[in-house]
Design a protein around this ligand. Structure first.
Ligand code: CP
Ligand code: NVA
Length: 314
């Protein structure tokens, strides 16, 4: 059997992504108890409201036992190596989920388990590079609002930093056939490697430094904080660089008449998004938040199913 680690959304494969979203869309009562008698480790090196709570509740809904572990408790690379933390948690848990400062930590944890032929998947609950569980909830939300076909017909415009949330979202959208755009200031946009990976799934991606151009006629406007966790020292320069990149009422006016507004949260009203927009009638941010749990239930159920093993590994 091959274990499927989920470092980034493309680790699911196109069919896997579709399967996870289908499982996520099922009523919780139909999910059964595939995690009965199993533990799931939830390690957090950074704070979390949505990811921690949605993950705990998803594990419980599948009959499993979630164990929330603060980063300092296990002390990755402080108390013992990331590899030893992974080997230890795998003694007790069927799945290891972790939110880490450095994406490489997840790779090392997964690598240590693979090397030892320990069949426990590692799931990324946010790293500096990727946030695949958020992208699952975002795609689920777009499917609910517009339908699968409708979502593919509407450009998704991301306004802001080409960060972890954007990267997973853009890859996921490309895998699902949803065209995307990104408007970001100079120095904060996608790398050529990002664009190559996104395009490799066949979806279209347009880049611009003009928020109005990105938003024009778009079916969804999406943003995230300008200063991510771990970048606090850069806050002043980022605030200056991103001036003019707020999703506000004027920007929403140029989007499609039925456009929705998305944000992974936490939101900073008056910075990347105006209060009127995030709290307004076209905002779907609370639906996104609620979908984090459904998406996680779908992902965990898929990971312990035979389907995850089919189709190979990373
Ligand atoms: N969107 C998201 O991941 O929220 P938390 O940081 O609160 O988990
Ligand atoms: N980009 C943000 C997302 C928080 C959910 C961060 O990494 O802090």
């Amino acid at each position: 059997m091959t274990v499927r680690h989920v470092m980034e959304i493309d680790d699911l494969g196109v069919d896997g992504l579709d399967a996870v979203l289908s499982l996520a869309a099922r009523p919780a009562r139909d999910a059964g108890r595939p995690l009965e008698d199993s533990g799931v480790a939830l390690v957090f090196e950074k704070p979390s409201a949505r990811t921690r709570n949605s993950s705990e509740m998803a594990v419980a809904a599948l009959g499993g036992h979630p164990v929330y572990i603060q980063g300092a408790e296990v002390g990755i690379d402080v108390r013992e190596t990331a590899e030893d933390v992974a080997r230890t948690l795998a003694c007790f848990h069927r799945i290891i989920c972790a939110r880490v400062n450095d994406h490489g930590t997840l790779e090392r944890m997964a690598g240590a388990l693979d090397e030892a032929s320990v069949e426990v998947p590692v799931v990324n609950l946010l790293s500096d590079k990727a946030h695949p569980c958020q992208a699952l909830a975002d795609l689920l939300t777009l499917r609910q609002v517009f339908g699968s076909k409708g979502a593919r017909a509407r450009p998704l415009a991301y306004i802001g930093d080409a960060n972890n949330v954007w990267r997973s979202l853009a890859i996921a959208a490309s895998m699902a056939g949803i065209p995307t755009r990104i408007a970001s200031p100079d120095g904060y946009g996608p790398t050529p490697e990002d664009l190559k990976l996104i395009a490799s799934f066949g979806g279209s991606i347009e880049t611009t430094a003009d928020p109005g151009a990105a938003a024009s006629g778009a079916g969804a406007l999406y943003t995230d904080v300008w200063t991510s966790m771990g970048q606090e020292d850069e806050r002043a320069e980022r605030m200056a660089a991103f001036a003019g990149f707020q999703i506000d009422e004027a920007l929403l006016d140029v989007a499609a008449p039925d456009a929705v507004v998305m944000h992974c949260l936490p939101a900073h009203r008056g910075e990347e998004i105006s209060a009127g927009v995030v709290d307004g009638p076209r905002s779907v941010v609370w639906r996104q938040a609620a979908n984090r749990m459904h998406a996680m239930r779908g992902l965990l159920a898929w990971l312990v199913s035979d389907q995850a093993a089919d189709g190979g590994a990373r």
